[in-house]
Design a protein around this ligand. Structure first.
Ligand code: SAM
Length: 271
């Protein structure tokens, strides 16, 4: 089944909003800026609007698209371009680094229903040099939010613990077809050479941070007692050892402080 313009039907459940504004697409390509020899892994190429622009360059492109009809169309379109590989798969079940097979960057106007899982799926060792995602503006703001700000939360801490993130530019609803309900933004996420949390601790850290932000307005001494098995005295000792005021609210603690806190709690519990 095809729509009138020869495109497969839009599948809302897959978060399909296709970019058609060429200026926006070119600005995204500029932000991706692959180095010679890097593979660009594109997540959710859709109808290939961004892929077409990326394919103007010299880099290899591996595009992962879950929609069978769209993948087939793309495969036909790039059949004569050996630098473009189309993989029909769920990105969350795909080893992105292995697929790239060498140095890589990640790009994608990602489906909004799984933005956060995709970000954490990509932010794993071996890391891409950077990832450029088009996401909801509100999500982009949460990713880059500094400690203590209104939008600072678990997503900010978990991304900032392993990467530097910046909003590159905003994208209005009208740049898409069909238009999404909200404004979007391009966010560039660059893994840090010195991640605060190692791969072995990433999942534990996410759980710890999530629990702390569940009590973001509470003083840290009370929040820590609730989320850990420490007693009042142990909590006081842990906070004193890190120089954290017990009256500080969790929502003002930097990613570094939250990681130190997790490690300190763990070392007390392991004694
Ligand atoms: N990049 C295209 C563009 O800018 O026009 C399409 C963007 S659209 C917001 C998101 C794309 O991701 C859709 O083509 C959708 O089918 C695809 N997609 C959704 N879930 C996916 C998944 N789990 N794995 C891979 N692709 C997925």
């Amino acid at each position: 089944m095809s729509t009138r313009r020869g495109n497969p039907p839009v599948l809302k459940r897959l978060g399909q909003h296709f970019l058609h504004d060429e200026r926006v697409l070119r600005r995204i390509a500029e932000a991706i800026a692959p180095l010679p020899g890097e593979t660009i892994v594109e997540i959710g190429p859709g109808r290939g609007a961004l892929t077409d622009i990326l394919a103007e360059g010299e880099n290899a492109i591996t595009a992962i698209e879950i929609d069978k009809a769209l993948s087939e169309k793309l495969r036909v379109r790039y059949a004569k371009n050996p630098r473009v590989k189309i993989v029909e798969a769920d990105v969350l079940k795909t080893d992105v680094a292995e697929l790239a097979g060498g140095p890589f960057v990640v790009a994608g106007n990602v489906p909004y229903y799984i933005t956060t899982p995709i970000i954490f799926h990509v932010l794993r060792a071996p890391y891409p040099r950077h990832a450029v995602f088009l996401v909801q503006l509100e999500v982009a703001q949460r990713i880059v939010a500094p400690p203590g700000s209104r939008t600072y939360g678990a997503l900010s801490v978990n991304v900032q613990a392993v990467a530097n993130a910046e909003i590159v530019f905003e994208v209005p609803r009208g740049a898409f077809s069909p238009p999404p309900k909200v404004t979007s933004a391009v966010v560039k996420i660059t893994p840090r050479p010195d991640p605060i949390v190692g791969p072995e601790d990433a999942v534990r850290f996410r759980g710890f941070v999530q629990a702390l932000f569940g009590m973001r307005r509470k003083q840290i001494a009370n929040a820590l007692r609730s989320v850990s098995e420490l007693n009042t005295q142990q909590v006081a000792e842990v906070l004193a050892s890190l120089g954290i005021d017990p009256q500080t609210r969790s929502e003002t603690l930097s990613p570094e402080a939250q990681a130190e806190l997790m490690n300190a709690v763990r070392s007390v519990l392991l004694v």
